[in-house]
Design a protein around this ligand. Sequence first.
Ligand code: CO
Ligand code: ZN
Length: 332
Amino acid sequence: MKNILQRLIQAFGPSGREEEIRSVLREELAGSGLELKTDVLGNLIATKAGRGGRLMIAAHMDEIGLLVTHIDDKGFLRFTPIGGQDPKNLLGSRVIFANGIMGTIGGEKIKDAKEFKLEKLYIDIGATAAAEAKELVAIGSMAVFVPHFTCQGNRIIGKSLDNRAGCALLLAVIRDLPPVDYQIDFVFSVQEEVGLRGARTAAYHLEPHLALAVDVTRTGDTPESGPMAVELGGGPAIKVKDTSLISHPRVRGLLEKAAKERDIPFQLEVLLRGGTDAGSIHLSRAGVPSGVISIPTRYVHSPAEMIDYRDLTRAATLLSAFMQQDQLFMAP
Ligand code: CO
Ligand code: ZN
């Protein structure tokens, strides 16, 4: 899974511009035997046909980024965030555009820390004038953090582990698909970071009877991080609640049962701010019982996020065990 994860991280894919990451995922799914299709918004759907019910499993393939809004006379670029961006994480970080142009993020001089906002930051691509900058980028061009990937013991440090880690997990489960009769639609969704958008149309189209999202979550195990009962290395997290979803008790119960039966260590997750694709999916049509498997992640939405590889492999085991639970599709 490490090699696949590294490959996924290299791919460009801010929300709304997922072409490159989608084509990498398509290549990885080529020999899977699943039916592949890309829908109108760009979601990549890999279907295992079956009978008796439909399970949707979603992992978003998009990543946060920056979109150029203005180019000044000297060639400095102003930007608006694509997804949640914290100015603290941006200053001094390097970004890359779809065409390979790189920039560093600088900031205006400020007198008061309160003034430190995204509007005070700019991207410097080394241009000497507006005309030169405009040959390299345009209004509306998107950039993402420069890819990197480090494996150190059990820990992995990388860019866009949110949510390339979830995508790698789905690929691993697809590669070793348990023998089940029902239909499974694996959805590599678009535009999660700007409001869980791709999952919304995918769920409407697929009409699942049951759904899971696989995504990262925050942890409470770093200095002064604020209380949160999730830590790196403690096992996959089973979501109880975030701002987009209260997990369906039956789905959450099945996840906990699967973990206990297989002796997979797990953590219960209450995320105070943030959501996942399950937030959109569970409100689709007449409602879909939904839950989430989360990968504990430090420094979410920074240029260098960190996970524990064991959490990732155990999350894959948990997903596979969940898929093999009896009575998945019982009435609510
Ligand atoms: Co995110
Ligand atoms: Zn995410």
